[in-house]
Design a protein around this ligand. Structure first.
Ligand code: CTP
Ligand code: CA
Length: 223
């Protein structure tokens, strides 16, 4: 019903959305990850679809079912997510990067499961590429939206990320607030735009947050 009632104000927009965590494997059965549920990114994909956009969703592992009318590309690691996104970047007019990409991966991935040893163990990590920053370096008129998870000095850090990654919009998430963020159906975000606007949204359903983000994407998008 929601899809039927929504205004088709994003017809012609080709939107690439990323969602969920990434998994960085140590061996075939162990990985490093984070608690992202994927809900925020899926909400953006569904809201955009309802408004007439053509949507591709690059998703890390989640429990969510594939939204109808959206092409879903499933990936696990940050490197896989990077490849899936870069392949579709030439097609996209806008990108909403809601995935919680792991900042590091194990320096080596073991082929077989190692038996445990009764001793301390050190894991060497190497940095993952910053996907969004790469997109910002070859933006060519696209609209780029990022998310920032912060626990302290959020506003300044989010504004710094917006500039460093050449974004139009960044959604600041407070991860230490109760009942919002990771895994929750609701979210409380601050939207910071390239032109200096700071919009503090009240706590609302992720689907509603998605619509507010898309309102701004529409504003920055030049068909
Ligand atoms: N991001 C990305 N690739 C990475 C890390 C992050 O594309 N390797 C994206 C996220 O999807 C998000 C934005 O960059 O949209 C900001 O992510 P965040 O983790 O807040 O920023 P970082 O640059 O990783 O900085 P830090 O974790 O140190 O705060
Ligand atoms: Ca990070």
């Amino acid at each position: 019903l929601e899809a039927f009632l929504a205004p088709k104000d994003l017809l012609g927009l080709r939107l690439l959305v990323s969602a969920g965590p990434t998994r960085e494997y140590l061996d075939p059965v162990r990985f490093i990850s984070n608690p992202s549920s994927g809900r925020m990114g899926y909400a953006v994909a569904e809201a955009a679809r309802d408004r007439g956009a053509e949507v591709v969703l690059v998703s890390g592992p989640t429990c969510l079912k594939a939204p109808w009318g959206v092409e879903v590309v499933r990936v696990e690691s940050a490197l896989e997510m990077r490849q899936a996104i870069l392949e579709r970047y030439p097609w996209a007019k806008a990108v909403v990067m809601a995935a919680a990409v792991a900042d590091y991966r194990p320096a080596e991935v073991l082929k077989d499961k190692e038996p445990k040893v009764e001793a301390e163990k050190t894991i060497r990590l190497v940095p993952n590429p910053d996907i969004l920053k790469e997109l910002g370096e070859r933006k060519e008129g696209r609209v780029l939206v990022g998310f920032a998870m912060e626990t302290a000095s959020g506003l300044e850090r989010a504004q710094e990320k917006l500039r460093r990654k050449n974004l139009d919009l960044i959604a600041l998430n407070w991860v230490n607030r109760e009942g919002v963020g990771f895994g929750s159906p609701e979210n409380e975000v601050v939207l910071i735009s390239r032109d200096g606007r700071v919009l503090e949204l009240p706590r609302m359903e992720k689907r509603q947050v998605a619509h507010r983000i898309l309102d701004l994407v529409k504003e920055f998008w030049k068909p």
